[in-house]
Design a protein around this ligand. Structure first.
Ligand code: SF4
Length: 370
C-alpha cells in the first residue's frame, strides 16, 4: 500500500531538499538520457524554473512518441453535492449551509447523460461528495449501468470505498477511479479536513491501491495545489503515480495537479501557484513518468490550456459543469468551484484541431470487450 512508502518520507524534509537544489544540479540532471523518481526534487525545484523551456521541448517529444497527437476529452457529471465532510476549500462542505443540496434521481442523471452525449463527449467522470446514506453503493451501481448506455468510458471520482465496493462498481460498468489526495502533508491535511470520514488520511492514501486490487482499468492520482508547499505536494503526487505504475501495471495511471479555485464557503487562502510553476510540474512529470496520462481540467483558463496541449497533457475536460443537474439547467443547486474555461466542446475541439491535435471523444468500445 502506498501509505507504507509515504511513511518513509517526511514532508518538511522533502521541502528542504527541494529548496536546496542548485542550478548545477538541475543541469546535471537534465544531461541524463532518461529520468527516474530520484530526479523529482531537482525537476520540481525553484532552481529548475529557468530550464522550463528545455524541459518542455523534451516533454513534448516524449508525449508525441507515447501518445501521438491525441488528447482525450471528457466531461464530469456531478450526481450529488451532499457531503458529510467539511473540507475548508470546498463549496460542498457540510458547513456551507447556504448551499441547496441535491442528489439527482436516475431520470435526472439520464437527462444529464443525454445532454453530455449531445455535446459529442463519450468519456464521463461521475462525481459526488461523501454522503453514503444518500449516495449508496446501489445508487452508484445504478448510475454506472445507466452511464454505460451513453459513454464508452466511465470513471468515478466519489468517496473512497473498500475493495469489494470497487468490485461491485466495476461489475456495474466503472472503468476508472480518480482520487485526489489534496495534500500529502499530514499536519495540513488534518487542518483542512476538520471532520467527517475524510479525516482518515491513510484510508484516502490507500484508495487507489484498493481500486487497483479490485481491477480498475485506470487509476488517477493527484493533489490540490494551494493547500501546502506546492513543489513538495507535486513531488509526492508524482511519487504516488510512479508507485501505482509499478504496482498496478495492468492499469493505466493518470495524474493531475488541480489548482485551488474560488468556491462559495471556501475559507482557505491558497498558496499561490503561478502558471509557469504549474507548467513546470506538468513537463517535469512527463520526463519522469513517460507513460502516465496527465489530466488538465477546465479549472485552468483557456489560454493556458491551449498552450499546454502537446506539452505532456493527454486528457482534458471540456464544457464542464460542476453543479448536479447543471447540464440540463444551471443555478438550481450549487457548483463545487468556478470553472475558468467555459468554451463549448465544439470550440475547444476546433482549437485542438487548429493546433494539429486529434480530440478523442471515444477511444474504447464496450461491445468489443470479451
Ligand atoms: S472536497 Fe469532497 S469530501 Fe470535501 S467537502 Fe467537497 S465534496 Fe465533500
Amino acid at each position: 500500500m502506498f501509505s507504507e512508502l509515504w511513511k518513509q518520507y517526511n514532508f518538511n524534509n522533502i521541502t528542504e531538499r527541494i529548496k536546496k537544489v542548485t542550478s548545477s544540479k538541475v543541469v546535471s540532471t537534465l544531461s541524463k538520457d532518461s529520468f527516474n523518481t530520484e530526479d523529482l526534487p531537482a525537476l520540481f525545484s525553484e532552481a529548475a524554473v529557468e530550464f522550463i523551456e528545455e524541459m518542455a521541448v523534451c516533454a513534448a517529444k516524449i508525449t508525441r512518441e507515447r501518445f501521438g497527437n491525441n488528447i482525450q476529452l471528457y466531461s464530469p457529471l456531478y450526481i450529488s453535492n451532499e457531503c458529510n465532510n467539511s473540507c475548508l476549500y470546498c463549496g460542498f462542505s457540510r458547513k456551507n449551509t447556504s448551499v441547496i443540496r441535491r442528489t439527482l434521481l436516475l431520470n435526472e442523471i439520464e437527462a444529464e447523460l443525454k445532454a453530455i452525449e449531445a455535446m459529442g463527449i463519450r468519456h464521463i467522470l461521475i462525481v459526488c461528495g461523501e454522503a453514503p446514506s444518500r449516495v449508496t453503493l446501489q445508487y452508484l451501481a445504478d448510475t454506472l449501468r445507466l452511464a454505460g448506455k451513453y459513454s464508452s468510458f466511465t470513471g468515478i471520482e466519489i468517496y473512497p470505498l473498500d475493495e469489494d465496493g470497487y468490485r461491485t462498481l466495476i461489475n456495474a460498468g466503472a472503468d476508472g477511479l480518480t482520487v485526489y489526495q489534496e495534500t500529502y502533508n499530514p499536519t495540513r491535511y488534518a487542518e483542512a479536513h476538520p471532520s467527517g470520514r475524510k479525516r482518515d488520511m491513510v484510508w484516502r492514501l490507500d484508495t487507489p491501491d484498493r481500486g487497483g486490487r479490485a481491477g480498475m482499468r485506470t487509476l488517477g492520482a493527484g493533489v490540490l495545489l494551494g493547500l501546502d508547499e506546492p513543489r513538495t505536494d507535486a513531488f509526492f503526487a508524482a511519487m504516488h503515480a510512479a508507485y501505482l505504475t509499478k504496482t498496478y501495471w495492468r492499469s493505466q495511471i493518470t495524474i493531475s495537479f488541480p489548482r485551488m479555485r474560488p468556491a462559495e464557503g471556501c475559507v482557505v487562502t491558497p498558496v499561490h501557484v503561478d502558471d509557469s510553476t504549474f507548467v513546470q510540474f506538468i513537463v517535469a512529470t512527463r520526463l519522469v513518468l513517460p507513460d502516465v496520462g496527465i489530466v488538465v481540467s477546465t479549472r485552468e483558463n483557456a489560454l493556458l490550456r491551449d498552450n499546454l496541449a502537446g506539452l505532456g497533457v493527454t486528457h482534458m475536460s471540456a464544457a464542464s459543469v460542476t453543479e448536479p443537474g447543471g447540464y440540463v439547467s444551471k443555478n438550481i443547486s450549487a457548483a463545487q468551484f468556478q470553472v475558468e474555461d467555459d468554451r463549448s466542446v465544439t470550440e475547444f475541439a476546433s482549437m485542438l484541431k487548429r493546433k494539429g491535435f486529434a480530440p478523442v471523444m471515444k477511444d474504447w468500445d464496450r461491445e468489443l470487450q470479451t
